[in-house]
Design a binder for this molecule. Sequence first.
Ligand code: NAI
Length: 340
Amino acid sequence: MAETVKERIVTLIPGDGIGPEITKVAVNVIEATGVKIKWEEVLAGESALCEYGDPLPEHVIASIRKNRVALKGPLTTPVGGGFQSVNLRIRKALDLYANLRPIRKFPGIKTPFDNIDLIIVRENTEDLYSGLEHIVVPGVVESLKIITERASKRIANFAFSIARRWKRRKVTAVHKANIMKLSDGLFLKTVREEAVKHPEIEYNELIVDNAAMQMVMNPSQFDIVLTENLYGDIFSDLAAGLVGGLGLAPGANIGDGVAVFEAVHGSAPDIAGKNIANPIAIILAGALMLDWMGETEAAKKIRKSVELVLEEGKVRTRDLGGTANTVEMGDAIIEKILKM
Ligand code: NAI
């Protein structure tokens, strides 16, 4: 992740629902660190659909490709019918094959466990999210689960590289190869081939249903969880729920030399426009972004400030049991940053 970019232009996608409220706060927090960023703001999602007739106009992808880095608010995807997920289209268009979701317990946040500090590494381009669905005959549909050796190898390689670079002790592969012998079987076989190349990193495997139970009973056994697209999607929300909810979980979508940073949560239409969403997930995604840009000191400042605010517990949004609004939460974090 330690990549230094020369020109600090970042594509900013405010997103749908709570997106514009929380990205605005995240931008203010990032700027408070003193890092100079020129934000290239582009619309995607419902606002782009209204403006351009396409929820993902070509110039959005062109902007991210040019700048190599984007901070993105959540984008709404209609359930059932409607347009294809814009998130999926972005990930595919830029081949953002690795989805990285760090989950850890913050001081001051009440959770059933004290020692959760794990990273979910999720393959981001294939599996049941390939978008290949068709009607076989009326009343029968088929969704294709695509697993390739190439994608499995590169995500496994990514997970072990992260483990080495961030001095992590263990990689756990999560699969269902006992039932899906071909697809998950190929994933697992490929991961094993990568694992033997990294004998210094402990490696184990868990079947997904058992892994889900282990996650809620003994999460501290996990360090890096390496898995396919669908399991990774479910697991990251599950794990986020153990440490205080989606309002605290950042994510990154990483490809070769290009990355899009976002919160794990969605556009939360139930609370949109009310200035009550928790901005911390996207603020922490901003810290991940700064790491990726080589601005590690600024990233550290943000993380530390978030920790201090949560530990003090005076300013909390509603999802964390408080009464503070989105802007107040951002301002409390900025106040800490400015004192560092
Ligand atoms: P969601 O994550 O938007 O909301 C789930 C629950 O968590 C809601 O009760 C919401 O109010 C709460 N929540 C989420 N973020 C919060 C925050 N920052 N602060 C406080 N509470 C928060 O999931 P949902 O409702 O399933 O999806 C809504 C839309 O978001 C859908 O269209 C979905 O496709 C999209 N989505 C987009 C994602 C992205 O852009 N990466 C990721 C997940 C969903």
